[in-house]
Design a protein around this ligand. Structure first.
Ligand code: AHG
Ligand code: MN
Ligand code: MN
Length: 357
């Protein structure tokens, strides 16, 4: 059995030894924090992990108890890690500099401590998502602006899925590795073991995931794509599709990692200044890197997610990712002049808000 450090050392064999050390240490620390989060999640009501904490995050969303417990686990771990200069989280309004390593650490970490919060009490799979960026201006404590880097600058990204098994899926830009938390000898001696090397997402699929309750708000290219999937054998695709929606992005992406598929949380017309539901820095960008490293594709409809430069820490973006053939098709639908999407490019700017086409 190959454990986390050995697997990462082999994966990073071509990297400078200092880079290797820094990444292995940091990912090990984060993996331990996630093992702890998984343990708390698995205790559920016994650990007072269910229910609303009585507070809201800076985006106005209710914070569940487990959101805050998970955030504490990550912050404690990152505070102790000498390589991490600062972090930003879904649950914190602004980035925080490490109290001891803010000026010296070579890395920044952005994370969603608990993804799929609406599923906690229903005991459905939830997760953690993280992105590791370079701290470019060492000598100064990092602030929000230091985190505003496009996704293609990420040095590593990953998620942990707290499901029937606890899995960690990682990339250091050298393919995608899957680890399983081995708790068979008890939680005290739990360890992450490599269970799959070099994940590959099938390029074709017959499965899609979208929250269909938002259908009336979708734009025309998405209406067309989903209508064609639903028409199945009788429609232009001439084949039947299956549909899944877990409401935990981590679980949806992991299903795509295992058997292909398409996940869509597209731009919709509900709130034109908030295009989409998912956050660029700690949901879209790390998942995009993982999907791309596994041979899939991740876009906002017209551009690669990894090319988007964030304007604000909690920026929302449309997310369309998964099996490459389907994502290519959806991008083509957005580029089709008959789909009348050119005005949509202006929709995020209030002066140019247009009536629905
Ligand atoms: P979070 O729990 O971190 O706020 O993220 C939830 C996200 C994502 O995981 C999921 O795909 C989506 O929100 C679910 O949205 P709906 O509530 O519209 O189903
Ligand atoms: Mn999330
Ligand atoms: Mn979350």
């Amino acid at each position: 059995m190959i454990e986390l450090e050995a697997a990462l050392a082999a994966n990073l064999a071509d990297a400078h030894p200092d880079v290797q050390r820094v990444l292995i240490d940091t990912l090990s620390v984060m993996a331990q924090a996630c093992a702890r989060i998984g343990e708390i999640a698995s205790q559920g009501m016994l650990a007072q992990a269910h229910g609303w904490a009585g507070t809201h995050n800076s985006q106005g969303e209710q914070q569940k108890r487990l959101d805050l417990l998970a955030d504490d686990c990550m912050r404690d771990a990152l505070t102790a890690c000498p390589h991490v200069a600062g972090w930003a989280s879904e649950e914190l309004e602004n980035a925080q500099a490490s109290p001891h390593h803010g000026q010296t650490g070579p890395l920044l970490v952005v994370y969603d401590p608990l993804d799929g919060s609406s599923n906690i009490e229903a005991n459905i799979s939830i997760g953690t998502i993280f992105s590791i960026l370079p701290h470019r201006y060492r000598g100064a404590n990092p602030g929000d602006a230091d985190f505003m880097q496009p996704g293609h600058q990420q040095v590593a990204a990953g998620y942990v899925l707290y499901g029937p098994a606890t899995l960690m899926v990682l990339t250091c830009r050298r393919g995608v590795l899957v680890f399983t938390l081995d708790k068979r000898a008890g939680m005290e001696s739990a360890r992450w073991v490599l269970t799959q090397d070099q994940v590959s997402i099938p390029i074709a699929t017959r499965e899609f995931a979208i929250n269909a309750s938002n259908q009336r708000f979708w734009e025309k290219p998405i209406q067309r794509y989903i209508a064609e999937c639903v028409a199945g054998e009788n429609g232009p695709r001439m084949k039947d599709f299956n549909m899944r929606w877990v409401a935990s992005m981590v679980a949806e992406v992991h299903r795509i990692m295992t058997r292909g598929g398409v996940f869509l949380y597209p731009r919709d017309t509900r709130e034109p200044i908030k295009p989409g539901r998912l956050r660029l820095m700690y949901e879209a960008a790390p998942m995009a890197l993982l999907v791309q490293e596994a041979g899939g594709r991740a876009v906002n409809g017209t551009s690669e997610l990894l090319d988007l430069i964030p304007d604000v820490l909690h920026q929302k973006v449309p997310v369309i990712l998964g099996s490459k053939d389907e994502i290519d098709r959806i991008v083509n639908y957005h580029a089709d002049p008959h789909e009348n999407v050119s005005w949509q490019l202006f929709k995020t700017r209030s002066l140019f808000v247009q009536p629905q086409a």
